[in-house]
Design a protein around this ligand. Structure first.
Ligand code: NAD
Length: 386
């Protein structure tokens, strides 16, 4: 079987990597950049710092700080207007997965003229857009290295997954120092998102030898560093480990796939606005228990990588210890149950669960799962995670 492996052309990784923004933009020939970010990055002064650096180097900047968490098609439209208004020739993203995904869609839409929803799905983007440089501040979605963007279609209330190599950034500046300011809850949620990327990329039906190596190292690094990053926010070694895990997990799932956890998680985000990392975290143990029988050997390897069992444990014992370990991790990181998430109550959940199951299946992700579910299975799993 042939596997395609796509990553950004240049990765700059380590403390201070974000200070390479000027030389890297010069290298790709940018003279007028659109900086795509969110309100927190603007109010905290970080976006202003990047603007000053670029302007001092003679690179003009238009600022678009209107990205909302779980970005929408409206955010992309507004960003495109700012790109045109500033006569820009490149896009820079600063922030978490939301800012990076919005920037990917904005850059892509500078060269593709169909409505955004036409690009939903895999390999639907005909042309690469304006060059894109990304600076992640969470660890993380891995979006800095993926060919994926997730944008909410507000008319249909669906989180659209777009996957195409024409969405890839050209440059990623991966600087763990920017993640030191993440509060514990954000650290926990995006950290379990990273873990989910590693696990799903490894058990996916689309996994390959190359993605396996990255996925297992991602899982190992999360097991080693996430709790320390959560309990000691200024622990630099733990932050560095988590940033690397996010990058490896992103490269792994972007070239393998995600699976049922992500398929079920996106509709929770679209309907109830539960943040993406949190909705993955609440589902991971339940969906893992359901999926074990489809790939017992692979789940056992994940359990070993996380040091949840010894090398001699049977696949069955290792699988059970993995589910238990994921539940314990959620409890220690104070990840709530689905029913405890802000803005979600039982009657609304019961009313939406049929649409959520249909949207999950339509996304294609559940079909990559070791056990492929039907709609009834998904409805039951939502209930079990409640
Ligand atoms: P986010 O970008 O939505 O940010 C959440 C909040 O955290 C924002 O208010 C932001 O300003 C703040 N924040 C970001 N960095 C911070 C820092 N260092 N210190 C303090 N606050 C900080 O969060 P996210 O979890 O990184 O991104 C979620 C989005 O990414 C979702 O839309 C999800 O669908 C998407 N996603 C994309 C991919 C991909 O490959 N494209 C993968 C996974 C998730």
């Amino acid at each position: 079987m042939i596997s395609h492996f796509d990553v950004p052309a240049a990765l700059v990784i380590g403390a201070g990597a974000s200070r390479e923004v000027v030389p890297q933009l010069r290298r790709i020939g940018a003279r007028r950049a659109l900086l795509v970010t969110d309100a927190f990055m603007e109010s905290s002064g970080r976006a202003g710092g990047v603007v000053r650096e670029l302007e001092q180097a003679g690179i003009a900047v238009a600022l678009f700080a209107g990205v909302q968490p779980d970005p929408t098609d409206g955010n992309v439209r507004d960003g495109l207007l700012a790109f045109a208004g500033g006569k820009c020739d490149a896009v820079v993203a600063l922030g978490g997965g939301s800012s990076i995904d919005a920037a990917k869609a904005i850059a892509m839409m500078t060269a593709n003229d169909q409505p955004l929803s036409q690009y939903q799905g895999s390999h639907k983007v005909p042309r690469a857009g304006a060059p894109l440089l990304v600076i992640p501040t969470t660890a993380g979605t891995g979006s800095e290295v993926t060919k994926v963007a997730v944008i909410t279609d507000t008319a249909r209330n669906v989180k659209m997954m777009m996957l195409d190599r024409n969405l890839l950034p050209q440059v990623a500046l991966i600087d763990y120092e920017l993640s030191l300011s993440m509060p514990p809850s954000l650290t926990a949620h995006v950290g379990v998102d990273t873990l989910t990327h590693g696990v799903e990329a490894y058990v996916s039906r689309k996994a390959s030898a190359l993605t396996d190596t990255l996925a297992l190292e991602c899982v190992r690094l999360v097991a080693e560093n996430l709790e320390a990053a959560w309990s000691e926010p200024s622990n630099r070694a733990a932050r560095e480990g988590m940033m690397l895990a996010a990058t490896l997990g992103g490269m792994a799932f972007s070239n393998s796939s995600v699976a049922l956890v992500h398929g079920m998680s996106r509709p929770i985000g679209a309907v109830f606005h539960v943040p993406h990392g949190l909705s993955n975290a609440v589902l991971l143990p339940t969906v893992t228990r359901f999926s074990l029988s489809g790939a017992p050997g692979r789940y056992a390897t994940v359990a070993r990588a996380m040091r949840l069992c010894g090398p001699d444990a049977s696949a069955e014992a290792a699988g059970a210890l993995l589910v238990e370990g994921l539940e314990r991790l959620n409890a220690r990181l104070k990840v709530p149950r689905l029913r405890e998430c802000h803005g979600i109550e039982r009657a609304g959940f019961d009313a939406a669960v049929g649409k959520m199951a249909a949207d999950a299946l339509a996304s294609g992700s559940p079909q990559n799962n070791p056990v492929v579910p039907g709609a009834e299975d998904i409805i039951r799993l939502y209930g079990e995670a409640w």
